[in-house]
Design a protein around this ligand. Structure first.
Ligand code: 6R9
Length: 648
């Protein structure tokens, strides 16, 4: 595999925090003396009681335990706000750019962020939220989402942010999953000129939750909502009365900071748990180093706070560093395809971090929407969420970055808390489509999926696992530590298994090839095939369903569903539309099936397991290489499926 490489410019090298010599030296130190290395890095944040213990980790099945800085205490909210007040109280912490470009952007200073967060924290306490209680946040991309997260952190409550695009059913499952006391929502969420009725979604969700769950409602649009006295509370009214100060609680480094649900290969989404100290150190460090953040920069991560990227790189990492972080309520293509670039120009953005799916969609609109904007403030570009194809990378580099902005292709996961593999802008050459180098303290290994052995030497190809822990690693699955161990530590003993495939090229650089399990990555959103299947089979006309991914030009992967209908049910186009709508209602629009094929039967082994490998090949139109079909109970099913393949 040969690939063009793009070395950093001399200017980038001399201005960056980390050049290649420094990277090599620090990386070596992070492996030879992890305790010494992280003891030093832990000082990036303020501790109430300093730690004396650094790392206490076991990846052994049956006793997996991950602890960092465990005898230290801190407050995450004070680290993201209070400690900056003295020197940068008047500096902008959050720039909020609303959905509609005609509406006014807001600049929220650190002093204002402090007041707002304290008030929100006091309101939560008034509603009965105490340390350790869970709070679900179901909000649009508005500053109140950040206040809510930081307010929870301030009083030691655990937040669980639910993406505002999720359905009432998905919301109620998450409220019940962590037994939340309060749900924070808004009347409506404007996005791309349309409005999602968040409060009424919440009303529908709360029908399936305990009566004691309270609902705190932020006014965003002023749209009409129904109101249940005693359950619903008006945030804007309460905020006028609430006190401007709330003392930050002293929290243990290993006390949970948040739960974030993410999809796995089996069953329902799991609640990934991140704790306070290690997570914050890692989010702050990766934010500063990967994006080479300097004082005065304007950092924009386009993710939604409903995903981990929004947690680590809109809220916690940037604010811990006293940065200015931009929060955008809208979408890349509304009112037109130049919106991203107009926002970059308007706010003089220096680092821009987005997903390949957005880049591909915008690339499809041509260069003009980019070229009409002044992007001279940009210094560094980033991508995250899925493998980026070289064409999209090259367009991003040439048309957006004018060939002068290094692209950091950051590989990481909800589970990892922050970047694990990424080039550093002043240290490494980049290659279109490669995530390149491990971050400090991270030891990636390529394993042979059959034997589980590490593949030494270069090039290598196999599955990606990580040897040993880093401070941002997830600690457990909420309420189910056994599932945590089984999912990540049982297939390959002694390693954290990522679920991704990977290649290491002749230069030793890493290329992520995508999931090797039954997890789809649709427009950078993770989704279990099992989730979509169980939504489909919940429809009264569906007998059975199997779901696989197939290559999709914009989304990366599309959702291909094989559906067997109940006896006597007519397979019609109307029913296809109905099922598509059904899945949107059950899970949310991001899970909407792209293609639905009627299947008279599904290829199963004699023991009844659906052979997805075969279904994937058919969906990919690669049925010449179906591989071994001898274990199929009824091989004729396959021919029928091939004959009725959906064209795309
Ligand atoms: C941060 C985030 C994680 C999965 C991960 C992988 C894919 C993320 C990537 C990438 C190739 C990159 N992924 N970054 N694949 N190159 N730079 O996206 O978290 O939503 O949990 O998804 O996304 O497959 O396993 P999450």
């Amino acid at each position: 595999m040969t690939s063009p490489t793009y070395p950093p410019s001399d200017e980038m090298i001399s201005n960056a925090h980390i050049d290649v010599a420094k990277y090599d030296e620090m990386y070596a130190a992070s492996l030879s003396d992890p305790e010494g290395f992280w003891s030093e890095q832990g000082k990036r944040i303020d501790w109430i009681k300093p730690y004396t213990q650094i790392k206490d980790v076991s990846f052994d099945l049956g006793s997996v335990a991950i602890n960092w800085f465990s005898d230290g205490t801190l407050n995450v909210s004070a680290n993201c706000i209070d400690r900056h007040l003295k020197d940068r109280g008047d500096q902008t912490a959050i720039i909020w750019e609303p959905d509609d470009p005609e509406d006014t952007a807001q600049h929220i200073t650190y002093a204002e962020l402090h007041r707002r967060t304290c008030r929100m924290a006091n309101i939560l306490e008034d509603l009965g939220v105490r340390r350790g209680d869970r709070v679900v946040i179901y909000l649009p991309m508005i500053p109140e989402a950040a206040y809510a997260m930081l307010a929870c952190a301030r009083i030691g409550a655990v937040h669980s942010v639910v993406f505002a695009g999720f359905s009432p059913d998905a919301l109620s499952a998450r409220v019940n999953g962590c037994d939340a006391k309060v749900v924070i929502t808004a009347d409506e969420a404007p996005r791309g000129g349309r409005k999602t009725p968040l409060k009424s979604n919440c009303d529908a969700a709360l029908l399936h939750c305990k009566d004691s769950v309270k609902c705190l409602v932020v006014k965003r649009t002023g749209g009409q909502t129904t109101w249940i006295d005693g359950r619903d509370f008006d945030y804007n009214e309460m905020a006028m009365e609430a006190d401007d100060y709330c003392k930050p609680a002293e929290i243990g480094a290993e006390d949970p900071l948040f739960i974030l649900y993410t999809s796995g290969s089996t069953g329902q989404p799991k609640g990934v748990v991140h704790t306070s100290g290690g997570y914050l150190v890692y989010a702050a460090m990766t934010h500063e180093i990967t994006f080479d953040y300097h004082d005065g920069d304007i950092f924009w991560c386009t993710a939604d706070v409903g995903w981990v990227t929004g947690h680590s790189y809109i809220v916690y990492g940037p604010l811990a560093n006293g940065a200015t972080t931009l929060m955008f309520e809208g979408v890349p293509t509304w009112p037109d395809a130049s919106r991203f670039w107009q926002v970059c120009e308007k706010h003089r953005v220096t680092q821009f971090y987005t997903a390949p799916t957005a880049i591909r969609a915008l690339m499809g609109q041509g260069d003009e929407p980019v070229e009409k904007c002044d992007l001279s403030s940009l210094r560094i570009l980033g991508t995250v969420g899925e493998p980026i194809n070289p064409e999209a990378w090259t367009w991003y580099n040439e048309v957006v970055g004018k060939g002068r902005c290094p692209i950091v292709d950051t590989w990481w996961q909800t589970e990892t808390g922050g970047h694990l593999i990424t080039p550093l802008p002043g240290a490494h050459a980049t290659k279109p489509g490669a995530a390149m180098k491990p971050f400090f303290g991270v030891q990636p290994v390529v394993l042979d999926p059959q034997t589980g052995e590490e593949i030494a030497g270069n090039p290598a190809e196999g599955v990606l696992a990580i040897k040993d822990s880093w401070p941002g690693q997830m600690r457990t699955v909420w309420g189910d530590h056994a599932r945590f161990e089984k999912t990540y530590f049982s297939d390959y003993k002694g390693y954290y298994f990522s679920g991704d495939g990977c290649k290491r090229d002749a230069d030793g650089d890493y290329w992520i090839t995508g999931r090797v399990d039954d997890v789809l990555n649709v427009s950078g959103h993770r989704m279990g095939t099992a989730e979509v299947e169980s939504a489909l089979v919940a429809h009264p006309k569906v007998a059975e369903a199997a779901v696989v991914g197939y290559p999709h030009d914009i989304k990366g992967q599309g959702i291909y569903c094989y559906v067997t209908l109940m006896n006597g049910v007519e397979p019609t186009d109307d029913l296809r539309t109905e099922l598509r709508q059904w899945v949107r209602t059950e899970i949310g629009p991001i899970a909407s099936p792209d293609l639905i094929q009627w299947a008279s039967g599904l290829p199963k082994t004699r023991s009844g397991k659906i052979m997805r490998r075969i279904l994937r090949k058919i969906a990919e139109n690669d049925h010449g290489s179906l591989g071994d079909t001898s274990t199929l109970a009824d091989p004729a099913v396959v021919d029928d499926l091939i004959d009725n393949r959906m064209n795309r």
